[in-house]
Design a protein around this ligand. Structure first.
Ligand code: FRU
Length: 471
């Protein structure tokens, strides 16, 4: 044994001991502790797959068609506090998964069918990270994609592997959310938001956003996971001003303007590869005129829409890969818009289930248009095909929101094919009257879905991301 390998073995022992300790400390009080430690294989329980018979019933379109479903003001008026759509309070004594970095938006390594996968027995997640010694609220402007790996997939056991990309290769001035798919034996296509101008440094007034991708390779042994490659980065989409608003057309700053968060998957209906992303309806900000299909049937007293509602123009974009390497893409019209309803439809993603497409997106209280409100959380829509006349789940679209007494406790939910919802802990009120910043993964929540209705079922372990397929 060389000195180096001896050192490694020693660290391994320490790590195993530390892991056992932290796992014990963070073990949930419910029986889920046992199941998460045993890393159950849920692959037989997913209902992935679209039944053609069930798809036939409602208005649906080809992915390339010019039809955009709407989240209507009349739907959003139905948002209300409801225990079946409210996340339990986050315990102020939550465990922190890494003391070096803030962790927020997180996504698992998946296959093209959106299933989180294990690579040689390791579960892998990617997170936006920033040094934990900067103010939590400043993290967006220094974001880098980091990765974690674990055999069990829970907070006490996620080992931090560092930045995903080698230093100095990614585009933009920071890396914002995306997705990562494993293709072939060990090829990882990583998609992300190139935020800010190339090499722009730390600058919270530069809100340029472009969609980017790069290809690398995953490697693993019995101790760790690492990546090579990711040296050739390319921009795969920019807003063009007719379907998606450009930065020049926008009046808003910061992260309110959006062309970001690519989420790549294969549509089971046609086998083609697409990406969802967050955009804004094209046109000069403020020029938009609210349409009847943005409003729906409004009750007396609500028919006069506040004038400023026109400034709220979030949408969920779609693009299609035009080559097998996923380096060439073409923009398609948005699949859903929230015009006059909400300015932000962040991190859109999809779950294929029982012949339906469940389209999820995260949004904030502060981005609702005047006259509307709702909690920070995840919102959902269901339709019979990728481009279809999506209907809001639960009538309003609210699927899982923060409780009224902890409105910022968690965010950036990712609904996985088994209806487990992973998110990060944001700002938690403490019993002493202050707040505790999270920057770590929250307890995973198990949802149940019955048609267009969803129900919070139970809380699972912190940061629990089980695999649904293996390589
Ligand atoms: C959601 C989000 C994403 C974005 C990232 C930036 O939490 O706003 O839309 O990619 O955070 O930090």
């Amino acid at each position: 044994m060389t000195t180096a390998t001896r050192g490694r073995a020693h660290i391994g022992v320490l790590f195993a001991a530390a892991t056992a300790l932290t796992t014990a400390l963070v073990a949930p009080t419910t029986s889920v502790a046992a199941s998460s430690a045993a890393a159950p294989d849920h692959s037989t329980k997913t209902t992935y797959g679209v039944s053609k018979a069930a798809v036939a019933a409602a208005p649906q379109y080809a992915p390339t068609d010019d039809f955009t479903a709407t989240w209507k003001r009349a739907d959003a008026l139905k948002v209300h506090a409801d225990p079946t759509t409210t996340n339990p309070r986050v315990d102020e004594n939550f465990p922190v998964m890494n003391d070096q970095v803030w962790v927020w938006d997180t996504w698992p390594l998946t296959d093209l069918q959106t299933r989180p996968i294990t690579y040689q027995g390791w579960k892998v997640i990617f997170s936006l990270t920033a040094p934990r010694n900067i103010f939590f609220g400043d993290r967006h402007w220094q974001a880098r994609i980091g990765f974690f790996y674990s055999k069990t997939g829970t907070v006490g056991d996620w080992k931090y592997g560092g930045h995903l990309f080698p230093e100095g290769y990614s585009l933009g001035s920071r890396e914002w959310a995306g997705s990562a798919v494993l293709t072939g034996d060990n090829t990882v296509n990583a998609f992300y938001t190139a935020s800010g101008k190339d090499n722009g440094g730390i600058n919270n007034t530069d809100f340029e956003q472009r969609l980017a991708m790069t290809t690398g390779q995953i490697h693993a042994d019995d101790r760790s996971v690492w990546f090579t490659g990711f040296r050739n980065h390319r921009i795969i989409a920019e807003p063009e001003g007719t379907m998606y608003r450009t930065m020049e057309q926008t009046a808003s700053g910061g992260i309110i303007y959006a062309f970001r968060d690519p989420y790549v998957f294969q549509d089971p209906a046609d086998g083609k590869v697409y990406a969802l992303f967050e955009g804004n309806t094209a046109g000069v900000a403020g020029d938009y005129v609210c349409q009847p299909r943005d409003l729906g049937t409004l009750p007396p007293g609500q028919k006069d829409v506040p004038a400023d509602a026109k400034n709220f123009t979030g949408n969920i974009g779609l693009m299609e890969a035009t080559n097998a390497a996923m380096t060439q893409w073409r923009l398609l019209p948005p699949v859903l818009s929230a015009n006059c309803v909400n300015q932000q439809t962040e991190r859109p993603h999809v779950v294929f289930r029982d012949g339906s497409y469940y389209l999820f997106t995260i949004s904030h209280t502060f981005t609702y248009a005047p006259g509307l409100t709702g909690p920070d959380g995840v919102y959902g829509f269901v339709g019979p095909s990728l481009r279809s006349d999506y209907k809001p789940m639960n009538g309003s679209a609210l699927v899982l929101g923060n409780p009224a007494d902890a409105p910022l406790q968690q965010y950036s939910h990712n609904v996985m094919p088994n209806l487990m919802v992973q998110s990060f802990i944001d700002t938690v009120p403490t019993s002493s009257g202050g707040v505790r910043y999270g920057g770590t993964l929250a307890r995973t929540i198990q949802l149940q879905i019955d048609g267009a209705n969803s129900y919070v079922d139970r809380e699972l372990a912190y940061g629990y991301v089980p695999a649904l397929a293996a390589r």
